[in-house]
Ligand binder design. Structure first.
Ligand code: BGC
Length: 825
């Protein structure tokens, strides 16, 4: 233990209390031992430091901070240096605001385009997500602030996110959902990890021996501290045993009492408790020491300029017919679209930043740009209602201009924590405006704001599409820089754009209808499905255009990696994101045709060429062998593909890899040949649906084969339990509960109608009953929650008795504990 001296002096009560937060954002302090409290704060793309009263989802204002492009946007840069630069700026701002732990980046895999938080996550691919996250961590931690990577793990649904169970097979878990975390830990050593709200194969992530103790702390040797997501803890004794340290935000002293009881009864070892306290103390002492004497200022202008540079590096040029972009100086343009007047540049939820300033196209386009602006109008109503006047204004503006710049995309309700989308379309009114303008002027350039993949069947009405994603506060200037040729676009998609939502491999299984979400698509997430089985897409993973062109040549592959030459063959300078994929034709295991295993962004002047080297690493050839319960390399002639997107491979080479001779777990004969008596874990015949690409209709039998057992029953019981979500009250036995549900529904609908998600209503709606005990600062304990659930289930008087009795006993016990903490007997 690193802090044995302190551990020796701390009482059992103090240790237990330390493992729960003190307030919304801070850990407990122990003044008698000079243990300070440390401050945690969101978020991933800008600080959300609440200086006054803290509230979980940010009703109370936070201090002004720079809003950088969100992670989904930054991933399109495929630029690790840029990630580190932004990370440094985030670290500086955190330091200036007295924050010790920055709660980000979020790095969950974008399993499905509808997840409300996709805008906060990097990619559908673990390699890209892992490398980008590592680059942020490096930057943030260079400032003495810890980064907290989140949400560990398999968190891909917002609806009932605290009351759902991800059912996922071990190999998919390792290769798709955990690899990115492993990479970030390996490369940059984040000081902390936040567990996710959901269960993974029946265990809460925050209590999962498998995820935390065996994999994170065991296999990956992680020594930092682990924190629950806010209100996400269930049973802290189990969590502490599993290796999770801190329960946040302020659970009161109920959990501390349980920890003390567990140690006293022997069900939790002192060793486990000490290990957790030690991990926590290490973070508290290291980060508070590093923060001493910090400046309270940060470079507001410098960070704004960085946000603008980043946004420009991240935008993806999806289409540019007749080279309409960049616009020539003096082009007569009309600007149409509400987003040009009030930009959508970040998503809603705990990541929402109170920006230091926000650029607006309407304000920027006149003056500094050499464009002749003929008209500017809003075109559509943001809430999706039809408006004939706005529509006709847009058509007139389109008629008056050579080129229309149309700013549109997803509205606020579509991208929020606590809410998944129900479809992948943009509001119909925006499409109507586009179609109407296209009838009078074919030269329309669409500038899209959306942090996640959308259906784009209307793209034929656009000559060019510049997808800015969610740009952060300086997006307007960045988009204009790209449109007017101050910057050459270089971003590439970090996720696939399917033709329609229903093509998505996880579509039939998403989201969890009741408790379980079956991850039946298994390894075939995103391009791993579309590319492997030759399914058409709107835009493939890794795709993005430039104003110039690049030629690839001279591929050399050896056991160390690949090298090749890229030449800028166009007439302007530009950057190309080169991608390396590996695949093994004829592989004995189930696998994607190719998988991303490296990338490099290279800037080249017009006519210039450069050699690009992409080294292999420990992730290049491995797969998770369930039989060995470990990583293995399959021997064979690997195809090494280098290209401009997953669908645009320019060079191909071969590499013979010896492999480790570990037989594939699918191969009965080979297993028998090495003396294996047990049957192969997988029965090939049952996996036919996977082999044949019928991923959208995986039968139970095939999924069970991957799971290695029966699919668990995830249906809701007839009575509600502590771990059921409040939104299930609609089915409750008690009339009172159903009444409460109706009130909540009403509030939710009011927020929907207003076009802005009400985050606190959403949080309550999706949270389980147990979280009432975790989010009320100790006012409610487990017994009281039990009583509430009894009431809800129609046992009114018994339940009420428990609530009232619990209220008094909890109060008494809390007081006694407080006294002991103060040293009174
Ligand atoms: C989110 C986390 C966030 C935390 C604190 C939770 O609801 O899931 O990502 O860091 O709140 O705001």
């Amino acid at each position: 233990m690193k802090h044995k001296d302190l551990l020796d002096q701390l009482t059992l009560e103090e240790k237990a209390a330390l493992l729960g937060g003190k307030g919304e954002w801070d850990s407990r302090d122990i003044p008698r031992l000079n243990i300070p409290s440390m401050i945690m704060s969101d978020g991933p793309h800008g600080l959300r430091r609440q200086a006054g009263a803290g509230d979980h989802l940010g009703l109370n204002a936070s201090l002004p901070a720079t809003c950088f492009p969100t992670a989904a946007t930054m991933a399109n840069s495929w630029d690790r240096d840029l990630g580190t630069e932004v990370g440094i700026a985030l670290g500086e701002e955190a330091k200036a605001m007295g924050v010790n732990i920055l709660l980000g980046p979020g790095m969950n895999i974008k399993r499905n385009p509808l997840c409300g938080r996709n805008f906060e996550y990097f990619s559908e691919d673990p390699y890209l997500a892992g490398r980008m996250a590592a680059s942020y961590v490096k930057g943030i931690q260079s400032q003495g602030v810890y980064s907290c990577i989140k949400h560990f793990a398999v968190n891909s649904q917002e609806e009932r996110r605290m009351a759902m169970n991800a059912v996922v097979d071990e190999r998919t878990l390792r290769e798709i959902y955990l690899t990115g975390f492993e990479m970030a830990i390996d490369e940059s050593g984040p000081g902390s990890v936040m567990t996710s709200y959901n269960q993974v194969n029946g265990e809460y992530a925050n209590e999962s021996m498998h995820l935390i103790k065996e994999i994170l702390r065991g296999e990956w040797g992680y020594e930092g501290f682990v924190v629950s997501d806010w209100g996400g803890a269930n049973d802290h004794v189990t969590a502490v045993k599993a290796g999770s340290d801190l329960e946040m935000p302020a659970p009161g002293l109920g959990s501390a009492r349980e920890l003390v009881e567990a140690v006293n009864s022997g069900s939790l070892s002192m060793e486990d408790l000490d290990a957790r306290v030690d991990e926590l103390l290490d973070a508290v002492l290291t980060t508070t020491e590093a923060a001493k004497g910090h400046s309270e200022e940060f470079d507001i202008e410098g960070h704004h300029a960085l946000a603008r540079k980043a946004a420009a590096q991240c935008a993806v040029l999806l289409k540019n017919d007749n080279a309409i972009l960049p616009l020539k100086p003096g082009t007569k343009v009309s600007v149409v679209g509400d987003f040009a007047f009030a930009p959508r540049y970040q998503g809603a939820g705990s990541s929402m930043v109170n920006s230091t300033k926000v650029e607006i196209v309407e304000k920027l386009i006149r003056g500094e740009r050499d464009l002749e602006v003929k008209a500017m109008c809003r075109g559509y109503l943001r809430n999706g209602e039809k408006d004939a006047v706005l529509l006709s204004e847009a058509v007139k503006a389109a008629k008056d201009a050579e080129v229309v710049l149309y700013f549109f995309g997803l509205d606020e309700m579509s991208e929020s924590e606590g809410l998944d989308r129900t479809h992948m379309r943009i509001p119909q009114v925006q499409i109507d405006v586009l179609r109407a303008m296209a009838e009078v002027n074919p030269n329309i350039v669409g500038v899209i704001s959306a942090g996640s993949s959308i259906e784009m069947e209307w793209e034929d009405s656009l000559q060019a599409i510049l997808h800015g994603y969610l740009t952060g506060q300086a997006g307007a200037g960045a988009m204009l820089d790209l449109i007017t040729d101050r910057v050459n676009p270089s971003g590439k998609l970090a996720e696939t754009y399917p033709l329609v939502y229903e093509d998505t491999p996880s579509a039939p299984y998403y989201p969890a209808k009741e408790r379980n979400s079956d991850y039946r698509e298994a390894l075939f997430v995103g391009y791993r499905y579309f590319d492997t089985f030759g399914k058409p897409v709107r835009y493939p993973f890794g795709f993005g255009l430039s104003y110039t062109t690049f030629e690839y040549s001279d591929l050399k592959v050896d056991e160390k990696g690949a090298s090749f030459t890229v030449k800028n063959t166009g007439s302007c300078d530009g950057a190309e994101i080169t991608q390396l994929y590996a695949g093994l034709p004829g592989s004995g295991i189930l696998r994607a045709r190719k998988e991303l295993k490296g990338f490099a962004k290279v800037f080249l002047k017009a006519g210039e060429s450069a050699e690009v080297v992409i080294p292999f690493d420990k992730y290049t050839f491995r797969y998770f062998n369930v039989k060995k319960n470990g990583w293995a390399v399959e021997g064979g002639d690997y195809t090494i593909s280098v290209g401009s997107s997953v669908a645009d491979i320019r060079l191909e080479g071969k590499l013979a890899v010896a492999g480790e001779g570990v037989p594939a777990p699918y191969d009965e004969e080979k297993l028998a040949a090495v003396g294996e008596k047990d049957p192969a874990p997988y029965d090939e015949a049952k996996l036919a649906a996977y082999r044949e690409g019928r991923i959208l209709e995986i039968p139970d039998e095939a999924f069970e084969e991957l799971l290695g057992g029966p699919i668990p029953d995830g249906s809701w019981g007839s009575e509600l339990g502590e771990n059921d979500a409040i939104c299930q009250l609609g089915n409750a036995k008690s009339g009172l509960a159903r009444f409460i549900y109706k009130q909540l529904e009403k509030k939710k609908k009011e927020a929907d109608a207003a076009g802005k998600p009400d985050l606190n209503v959403l949080f309550i709606y999706n949270m389980p009953f147990r979280a009432i005990g975790k989010m009320t600062g100790g006012a409610v304990d487990k017994k009281m929650v039990e009583g509430m659930v009894d009431v809800v289930n129609g046992h009114f008087f018994g339940g009420l008795g428990k609530v009232i009795g619990g209220y008094f006993s909890n109060g008494r016990e809390n007081k006694k504990y407080e006294k002991r903490l103060k040293g009174d007997k």
